[in-house]
Design a protein around this ligand. Structure first.
Ligand SMILES: Cc1cc2nc3c(=O)[nH]c(=O)nc-3n(C[C@H](O)[C@H](O)[C@H](O)COP(=O)(O)O)c2cc1C
Length: 338
């Protein structure tokens, strides 16, 4: 039987399918369900920089002014405080999950700027987290802020978090960089043990009747995988950090593609939310069958065999391919107005 075990962030995983940060990681019972369905590791939902800053500000307020905290923090705190269980509940979740399952438990922080909040990573480690995933979700809306400043902040943040913990740190990135290979290499130098490609962004929608900007969360589609495959295939030749792919992983074939591109693991959220934890079981069954039919002894044997450097025609990943793709489009009768 083919061996589907892998290594990610220095951790031994029984398979390359990891539950990505989502509400499925919010309770010990659903984490146990994921383990029972064969999942190799679980990433818990994120705690946010804003939550941790608020907590430490409120604590400062309490210390300075007695038990009464400031009106601003009172109006902001309730929602944020409880989001994803809040900072204290989160540590309990890590401890509970570690006691209940054998698979690695990866805690997640979401933030952009170096600061006191990042020290929370140390508490996550103390609570038993096997690794930290840092989700860098930034919207640089201020015209005076340059890309260089934003990127320096990211690199500094990764260095800071690395100083706070001994467990490995993975960095979940957005695809929106002018020079993704450069920032990947700098995060690699800063000590990132893994790069997670890529965050999905939830752009707000416009309600044209009420003229309100409304939040909108849509689950992913497998087509979103292509952008991730492209960059994994390029970056896997350049960075020491392990690569993980998130965004559009729905089936065993998606997992196979990610591994061929050079990813050590694939992270799944939407498909598990849509179909339930049991979906992992069928994906892993299909993955084993695929490996056997294609005579691979192991997942590790095929890792990276379609990276940019490994394929016979690397231009498939480069600019020239754009023209080839466009010219490959054939107009069908009926779709050009006749
Ligand atoms: C309801 C929901 C909640 C999520 N919460 C988080 C989160 O707390 N932190 C995070 O890094 N990603 C979060 N994500 C993103 C997922 O972890 C994942 O990266 C993304 O959905 C792409 O994977 P998919 O195509 O398998 O859904 C969330 C996604 C969904 C759908």
């Amino acid at each position: 039987m083919s061996d589907i075990s892998t290594r990610y962030l220095g951790l031994g995983l029984k398979c390359p399918l990891v539950a990505s940060a989502s509400p499925l990681g919010e309770s010990v019972s659903s984490i146990r369900e994921l383990e029972d369905a064969g999942i190799g590791a679980v990433v818990l939902p994120s705690l946010f920089e804003e939550q941790l800053e608020l907590e430490s500000n409120a604590l400062d307020d309490d210390l300075w002014r007695g038990a009464e905290s400031s009106p601003e923090s009172q109006s902001l705190l309730p929602d944020l405080e409880d989001y994803n269980l809040g900072p204290d509940g989160y540590l309990d979740l890590i401890e509970g999950a570690k006691a209940a399952v054998d698979i690695p438990v990866i805690a997640s922080l979401n933030g952009v700027s170096p600061g006191g909040w990042a020290e929370y990573a140390g508490l996550m480690e103390e609570a038993g987290a096997d690794a930290i995933e840092l989700n860098i979700y930034s919207l640089a809306t201020e015209p005076n802020t340059s890309a260089a400043e934003v990127e320096k902040g990211y690199v500094d943040l990764v260095r800071q978090i690395k100083r706070c913990v001994r467990v490995p740190v993975a960095v979940k990135l957005s695809p929106f960089f002018s020079a993704p290979a450069n920032i990947a290499a700098r995060l690699d130098d800063a000590g990132a043990d893994g790069l997670v490609l890529f965050n999905r962004f939830y752009q707000p929608d416009f309600d044209v009747e009420s003229l309100e900007v409304v939040p909108r969360l849509t689950l992913s589609h497998p087509d979103e995988l292509l952008l991730r495959l492209h960059w994994a295939a390029i970056l896997s030749d350049h960075v020491e950090a392990d690569l993980a792919i998130t965004g559009g992983v729905h089936s065993a074939i998606d997992v196979v593609k990610c591994i061929l591109a050079g990813a050590s693991v694939t992270l799944m959220a939407s498909a598990l939310l849509q179909k339930g934890a049991q979906h992992a079981f069928s994906v892993l069954g299909d993955l084993r069958r695929w490996l056997e039919e294609h005579e691979y002894d192991s997942v590790r044997q095929m890792c990276g065999s379609m990276s940019r450097r490994s394929v016979p025609d690397p231009t498939a990943f480069e600019r020239g391919n754009y023209m080839r793709v466009l010219s490959s489009y054939v107009l069908r009768s009926g779709n050009h107005g006749h």
